[in-house]
Design a protein around this ligand. Structure first.
Ligand SMILES: Cc1cc2nc3c(=O)[nH]c(=O)nc-3n(C[C@H](O)[C@H](O)[C@H](O)COP(=O)(O)OP(=O)(O)OC[C@H]3O[C@@H](n4cnc5c(N)ncnc54)[C@H](O)[C@@H]3O)c2cc1C
Length: 409
């Protein structure tokens, strides 16, 4: 029998892995977190927007150094320029400094007793004769490589999810179920402490442009569009444009941004499809974006990653106490997730699939009809009221919108 070095090895020190590690260590587990990056949180590939909800729920008091600005709500803009301002207690949030925020989450895990090792990549999942994971082969800085063993392996690897794949999880993405993104950090930009979201098939086919305000007149200005659009499929009149081309076009037409400087450039891909079919197998779990636990409407995954870290850690602690890391034992995490955040993600996926069929002209009608209250109802999964309002002025949309009405297809 293999001698275990730790109770659990967590692959990835992002928000999912760090949250899991903090709570598992607090619950008495010997936790090792490994991350291939030289520095936790660096480089940043994120718009850095986070609603207050998850941190409040977890009782975490975010230090000032972890965020750049506090935002009050959103300005949602339709293809014709019509703006809906949505500002309530629910819409408050932060534009983070993720390179500091992610490190802070790891520091909290260390304070509870977890061990974090950077520049340490999992390169292979070690398995017993029955194919159950027993540990990982890790490579430190691409030089030394050695084996580490634990009865539980947690993949919190984000989009890459190579080790999860080796554990038998179906983490491959189709182009249809990802958004390809491009983002600049820009300066100067004067803002109103609102995140700005711009919709329209010509602006961002099957996605949106975001302007997230940062301190010192800076802003994260980015775009996410359907992965299938980039690869040449015609959608909303735009044929195969790359996200950077569309973002540059948006910036050229924006009075404030057209003369602004860029301080950072990066591209990325985010999952906007359904979560993977199963989050657990014998001796292993997948959490966060590695499990495709991302909001299909806006591609936000930080809050969901932290939330599933809590759920998975609670189940891991029970498994540790019973010395039972079987799939049956770990399955409770899968069930709890699908019963709560999973329901919201499923509603948002349905909404995404409806929105992607709407033309810019119909979008304009929708923006002219809806209010901030309607937006809140939609994001809460209460589609009936807003859909009825939209259909009153444009009944021909019934074919597309009926998917949002319970009992109708
Ligand atoms: C352009 C863009 C903009 C975004 N904007 C937002 C936003 O504004 N708000 C929001 O909520 N979400 C946003 N997201 C999504 C968000 O970044 C992710 O959902 C979130 O980071 C998920 O957290 P995680 O812990 O699951 O994974 P990650 O944060 O991706 O962390 C995974 C970690 O695993 C490590 N790792 C991977 N493989 C290995 C390995 N083999 N060995 C060791 N370590 C490994 C990586 O180095 C990484 O540190 C955006 C995504 C993109 C691409």
């Amino acid at each position: 029998m293999t001698k275990n070095d730790h109770d659990v090895i967590v692959i990835g020190g992002g928000p999912a892995g760090a949250t899991f590690a903090r709570l598992a260590a607090q619950g008495g587990m010997d936790v090792l977190v490994i991350d291939k990056r030289k520095e936790i949180g660096v480089p940043v590939r994120c718009g850095e927007g986070l609603g207050v909800g998850e941190l409040v729920k977890q009782g975490l008091d975010i230090p000032k150094r972890c965020y750049s600005t506090q935002v009050e709500g959103s300005k949602v803009v339709g293809p014709n320029g019509r703006e809906i301002i949505w500002k309530t207690d629910d819409t408050k949030g932060w534009i983070l400094e993720r390179k500091i925020f992610d490190k802070w989450l790891c520091e909290l895990a260390v304070e509870k007793g977890a061990k974090v090792k950077t520049y340490t990549r999992a390169v292979e999942v070690l398995k017993d004769g029955k194919g159950k994971p027993t540990g990982v082969k890790i490579s430190h800085g691409g030089r030394e490589s050695y084996d580490v063993h634990a009865p539980l392996i947690v993949s919190a690897e984000g989009m890459e999810s190579m080790m999860a794949r080796q554990m038998g999880f179906k983490t491959v993405h189709s182009l249809y179920d990802v958004d390809t993104c491009y983002e600049y950090e820009m300066k100067p930009y004067d803002h109103e402490n609102l995140i700005e979201l711009y919709f329209g098939n010509k602006i961002a086919p099957r996605g949106y442009v975001w302007i997230f305000p940062k301190a010192d007149k800076k802003a994260n200005v980015g775009i996410g569009i359907g992965g299938n659009v980039v690869n040449g499929k015609k959608l909303g009149g735009v044929d195969g444009a790359a996200p950077k081309v569309l973002l540059d076009e948006f910036i050229k037409n924006n009075d404030q941004l057209k003369d602004a400087s860029t301080l950072l450039d990066f591209g990325g891909v985010i999952s906007v499809g359904a979560p993977i079919n199963e989050f657990v197998q014998d001796n292993c779990m997948v959490i966060g974006t590695a499990a495709k636990q991302v909001d299909p409407i806006h591609g936000g995954g930080i809050g969901l990653a932290m939330e599933c870290g809590v759920m998975a850690a609670a189940v891991a602690i029970k498994a540790h106490e019973k010395k039972d890391y079987s799939k049956k034992m770990l399955m409770e995490y899968d069930k709890v997730w699908r019963a709560e955040p999973g329901k919201v993600v499923a509603e948002r996926l349905l909404l995404r699939k409806v929105i992607e069929k709407v033309s810019d002209d119909d979008f304009n009608h929708i923006f002219n009809t809806l209010t901030d209250h309607d937006l809140k109802a939609i994001m809460d999964g209460k589609f009936a009221g807003p859909v009825t309002k939209v259909l009153a002025g444009r009944p021909q949309l019934i074919g597309i919108l009926s998917a949002l009405i319970p009992g109708k297809k």
